[in-house]
Design a protein around this ligand. Structure first.
Ligand SMILES: Nc1nc2c(c(=O)[nH]1)N[C@@H](CN(C=O)c1ccc(C(=O)N[C@@H](CCC(=O)O)C(=O)O)cc1)CN2
Length: 283
């Protein structure tokens, strides 16, 4: 068997075209969705992600602002900036790029963002709403994975989803979103014993471990769906957590790296920002 490759990049482009039309319609009603992205320091990977977010916003006609702050910015100063953005009626979405420098308490920053502008979906209030199956902003990478699975017509209900990784950004929320869709979910992580015994049982395997080529064809069952969330740089080359060539021969569907899950992250951020603008203007 050779897998069908799910290109997130292609789906992202289709969705962004639809969003562009939605932004045009909203602007006719006087609603101009605006995203503000805050970054501290100049880490090259983070810098490229935030520039990507800004470019993508502009391409669909959405207002966006990039606030580039020094790596040494004190926590209190960042909290003050967030407070100003919370009170700025022209701003609908606020995103602080992670990870943050060591002098800053990441959780404090996440909790400072108004839940109604938390387009990352990381605020405990939004996480709680997601857990209880209520409408809210879902974290962008997990939400992107859910949309990819649905658009590829992959059944989720009753399927055994095995997730490797338990981060707040990806592992935990993707498990919750798929549980909400009636999947049976198993979480594996760095302390899991006999990892292969678990991965072999997966109908859908989601790998978000941050370890290049952790999973190979031998770790998966014939016909499994494999979603690779890894973004690793090995000898200057971008690679996922899954050995694509061997996994492709066993799976029914697989996402590549690059051009797989990654582009969906930014797309769902645009979706969340439009949603935030619509909510505010419906009030
Ligand atoms: N506040 C947030 N910080 C971070 C998030 C997040 O969702 N919110 N996620 C990641 C990084 N990230 C977005 O911020 C992100 C990662 C990867 C991609 C992407 O498009 N990847 C491409 C490859 C890009 C490359 O060449 O490096 C792909 O996989 O095809 C987009 C966004 C951590 N921080």
């Amino acid at each position: 068997m050779s897998a069908e490759i799910i290109y997130g990049k292609q789906l992202a482009e289709e969705l962004r075209q639809e969003m562009k039309e939605e932004v045009t319609e909203l602007s006719k009603q006087g609603v101009h969705p605006k995203l503000v992205v805050v970054i501290l320091g100049e880490d090259p990977a983070s810098m490229s992600y935030v520039k990507g977010k800004q470019r993508a916003s502009e391409k669909i006609g959405m207002d966006s602002e990039l606030m580039e702050l020094s790596e040494e910015t004190p926590e209190l100063e960042l909290l003050k900036i967030i407070n100003q953005l919370n009170n700025d009626e022209t701003v609908h979405g606020i995103l602080v790029q992670l990870p943050l420098p060591k002098q800053i308490d990441e959780q404090k920053v996440i909790e400072a963002i108004a839940p109604s502008k938390d387009v990352d979906g990381f605020h405990p209030s939004n996480v709680g709403r997601m857990m209880t199956g209520q409408e809210t902003f879902y974290p962008c990478t997990p939400y992107g994975i859910l949309v990819m699975l649905k658009r590829a017509n992959i059944d989720i209900e009753g399927k055994h989803v095995v997730i490797i990784g338990r981060s707040n950004l990806v592992g935990k929320p993707v498990g919750q979103l798929l549980l909400n869709e009636h999947a049976t979910v198993t979480h594996c992580h760095s302390r899991t014993k006999n990892l292969r015994e678990h991965t072999k049982q997966a109908d859908i395997l989601i790998v978000a471990a941050g370890k290049a080529d952790l999973i190979t064809g031998e770790d998966i069952s014939e016909g499994a769906v494999v979603i690779d969330v890894g973004v690793n740089r090995v000898d200057g080359k971008l690679t996922g957590d899954v050995d694509f060539e061997s996994a492709k021969e066993k799976s029914s569907h697989i996402t590549p790296v690059p051009k797989g899950v990654g582009p969906m992250t930014i797309t769902m951020l645009l979706h969340n920002t439009i949603k935030a603008a619509k909510w505010i203007h419906q009030k």
